[in-house]
Design a protein around this ligand. Structure first.
Ligand code: URA
Length: 427
């Protein structure tokens, strides 16, 4: 590999030049090995945030991050594979019903998930509220569960895209998370290295998401779809609403319970709709659009796959889920139609109640979170419960209540229309 030096690469991007393939390969490799220092990579990340990278640079940057670690290969499995990645939202428990549902339709789902940071929840934190369930699996265990059950949700091993692990932690503390080239390459390097055959991206848009407006979300989605397609992964993105939180719960155990309701054929309509929309895209990408996932929710086979998946990772799907020690009910201050419920307000409240963490090493409370008793468009009655706040530590209620203030509107409902969940599709 040609040798460069960090300052040369930083200056090139600072002065708005296109980085060469050789500069990109070198800087990612040298940073992974510790030869490029954190302060140098921070300067480069900031230069990328300010000056951007073109498609050629982003593709090379992604390839270099993939090359920093191992690649998984599921091509010897007896069924095709498909995966989904969400850019993160509030009440976004979709992976939980989706993975077993798609498995019940005959497509294997190797879902490498993350933990929550800030106001957005993490799939692994939610599943860890199931007694006995464990997130860490060896590659061999993952492969065996995929062959046996068809779905696995686990933590990505240290060997997968180690350059991204280091760079993501650095971006988190240097104000450089929100750069489209860096987000796209971070997500896609992990998904391509994971070796899925088809990929559906759920790009969230709105107050509770990284991308606050449709134009930026579309740019991120198009960048990721191009990266996936060029790497031979059948990739589609749905842009979906995250101005309003999903379902009726944000937390850990309470989101597992809501997911189980969906698998049992019930659950909130928006969660069911988005689960089915993403399942249909995953099945189409894997060449199995002959199967209707709605049938597999109705006939109980998705629930069977969920139970098998939880058991295979040491969990007891029939055990009672943990409950918070304390609860606080917020009554509706007026009667009328709930016309707005802000995803960020609810996400912050759940986080402050202990459902999320402020630092990577913090523990989360399994029982903490927020339940809302109405969705936009529903009628509410003054004095009746509007939110239930859950935590083990009652001193957390005040700050959670403060984050809900101004986070919803009740009106006469005139002119109110319920927005679409799926806003656009990019392929
Ligand atoms: N999720 C990721 O994995 N990486 C990012 O950069 C943002 C969200």
């Amino acid at each position: 590999m040609a040798a460069h030096d960090a300052v040369e690469v930083i200056l090139a991007k600072r002065d708005n030049h296109e980085l060469t393939d050789s500069q990109i390969d070198w800087v990612i490799d040298a940073y992974t090995r510790g030869e490029v220092a954190d302060e140098q990579m921070s300067a480069l990340a900031m230069a990328i945030l300010l000056n951007g990278m073109n498609r050629t640079e982003i593709a090379r940057w992604t390839a270099a991050m993939i090359a920093s670690g191992e690649r998984m290969d599921f091509s010897t499995l007896s069924r095709p594979t498909a995966d989904k990645h969400s850019t993160g939202g509030v009440g976004d428990k979709i992976t939980l019903p989706l993975a077993p549902l798609v498995a019940a339709c005959g497509v294997a789902v190797p879902q490498l998930s993350g933990r929550g940071l800030g106001h957005t929840g993490g799939t692994l934190d939610k599943l860890e509220s199931v007694p006995g369930w464990r997130a860490a699996l060896s590659n061999e265990e993952m492969f065996a569960i995929l062959e046996d059950v068809g779905a696995v949700i686990c933590a990505a091993g240290d060997g997968l895209a180690p350059a991204d692990k280091k760079l993501y932690a650095l971006r988190d503390v240097t104000g450089t998370v929100e750069a489209i080239p860096l987000i796209a390459s971070s997500i896609m390097s992990k998904k391509i290295a994971e070796g899925t055959g088809a990929l559906v991206l759920d790009v969230k848009v709105g107050s509770g998401a990284f991308m606050k407006d449709l134009a930026t979300a579309r740019e991120l989605a198009e960048t990721m779809v191009a990266l996936g397609t060029d790497a031979g992964v059948h990739t589609v993105a749905l842009l979906t609403d995250m101005a309003t939180p999903l379902g009726l719960t944000a937390g850990n155990a309470i989101e597992v319970a809501e997911s189980v309701e969906v698998l049992a054929g019930g659950g909130p309509a928006d969660v069911v709709e988005l689960t089915l929309a993403l399942a249909r895209e995953m099945l189409a990408g894997a060449g199995r659009d002959d199967v209707d996932p709605a049938d597999k929710l109705a006939d109980g086979s998705a629930m069977d796959a969920w139970k098998a998946m939880i058991r295979a990772q040491g969990g007891d799907p029939d055990a009672a889920l943990p409950e918070a020690k304390e609860l606080h009910v917020v009554a509706a201050p007026a009667s009328g139609t709930l016309t707005r419920l802000d995803a960020m307000a609810v996400g912050l409240a759940a986080w402050r109640l202990g459902a999320g963490r402020a630092r990577k090493e913090d523990p989360v409370q399994a029982g903490a979170g927020v339940v809302w008793h109405a969705r936009p468009g529903d009628e509410v009655t003054e004095g009746e419960p509007l939110f239930t706040l859950l935590t083990d530590e009652p001193e957390r209620f005040d700050r959670a209540l403060a984050s809900l203030e101004g986070g919803y509107d009740i009106g006469d409902g005139a002119g109110f229309t319920r927005g679409e969940i799926v806003l656009d599709r990019i392929s």
